[in-house]
Ligand binder design. Structure first.
Ligand SMILES: Nc1ncnc2c1ncn2[C@@H]1O[C@H](COP(=O)(O)OP(=O)(O)OP(=O)(O)O)[C@@H](O)[C@H]1O
Ligand SMILES: [Mg+2]
Length: 294
């Protein structure tokens, strides 16, 4: 990240030191993709709500967690789904020790304490459930909870939504909601950045093998762009899973079948993906050689 942005992030952290009990956000992975990261940080500094859109396994959640961690705030992750209603987001009355008490939902808790709210797969929910977010996410910065009152958004709070257009069960985000976010389109990693992710996740991996798997993933992406195969097999998560299986000793072929090839349920497509693999990955490559255990 450039110095100028770093200084501003530091200023935010000075202005809003976290003193609550909830632990600060952390991410198991570092986000790779400097341009996107800088744009996202700028959006957070400006106090914008940020929508991260993009295909599967493009690091949307990794980026959201990295942002919360960089700004030194805890995160509230809310997974949106079709049966979600607004009381789940805001909170509801519950009985406690014989009395009715308001139990805040994740969005309420986050807005109140100034956390980073991660509205995950926001386009999975019904529009009616999302309407309660409108006043929170525009200039009003308030949440009205029926029967409980009005909450003013903590100035340090930020909301980051993620969405994937293609997934089954997703819908188009309605314009009213979309208009309240600035949007970043994320795309799959390739080339050097992909290689860096592999190196970070598998420091023991043989360099040549790392190159081969990077090129393999690049080729699968290329085939997908040319509409020769669908996007099912183009799944970085699947490639990482396959490598984890190899790390434990599973054969290269079996691991790639489980993590990549078998994601295609159409036999012709599976064959095509297998052909790409056969061209790029030598049949002599063993799990031990991938992880330098010869
Ligand atoms: N730019 C990136 N930087 C670091 N890791 C990445 C990046 N892109 C993908 N990954 C890796 O891909 C995996 C999936 O990341 P993540 O869960 O954030 O994806 P996502 O975009 O939220 O996917 P989905 O739409 O399926 O929920 C993680 O293991 C992560 O390490
Ligand atoms: Mg995700």
């Amino acid at each position: 990240m450039n110095e100028h942005l770093l200084a501003q992030v530091e200023a935010y952290r000075q202005q809003y030191p976290w003193t609550g009990e909830r632990p600060l956000a952390m991410s198991r992975y570092r986000y790779y993709g400097r341009e996107v990261l800088e744009a996202a940080v700028t959006a957070m500094l400006a106090g914008e709500n940020l929508l991260l859109a993009g295909p599967k396994a493009t690091g949307k959640n990794v980026l959201a967690e990295n942002l919360a961690a960089a700004f030194g705030r805890p995160d509230w992750n809310v997974s949106f789904h079709i049966n979600m209603d607004s009381t789940y987001l805001l909170g509801t009355d519950t009985f406690r020790n014989g009395a009715v008490e308001f139990r805040p939902g994740p969005v309420y808790a986050c807005a109140e304490s100034g956390g980073f709210g991660i509205l995950d797969e926001i386009n999975m929910a019904r529009n009616e459930a999302l309407a309660v977010l409108h006043s929170l996410l525009d200039f009003r910065r308030i949440l009205d909870v029926p029967g409980y009152g009005r909450l003013r958004l903590h100035p340090a709070a930020r909301f980051i939504a993620t969405m994937n257009h293609g997934y089954a069960g997703t819908r188009e985000l309605n314009e009213a909601l979309a208009s309240r976010f600035v949007v970043l389109q994320l795309s799959s990693l390739h080339g050097d950045e992909l290689e860096r992710v592999l190196a970070a996740e598998f420091p023991e991996m043989d360099h040549k093998a790392r190159k081969d798997f990077t090129l393999l993933f690049d080729e699968l992406q290329q085939k997908c762009e040319n509409a020769e195969i669908s996007s099912k097999a183009v799944d970085l998560r699947g490639l990482l899973d396959a490598l984890h299986l190899m790390e434990l000793g599973l054969s290269v072929g079996q691991a790639l079948s489980m993590g990549v090839v078998n994601k295609c349920f159409d036999e012709d497509e599976r064959r095509m993906v297998q052909d790409v693999i056969s061209l790029r990955i030598s049949s002599k490559m063993t799990a031990a050689s991938v992880f330098d255990r010869n």
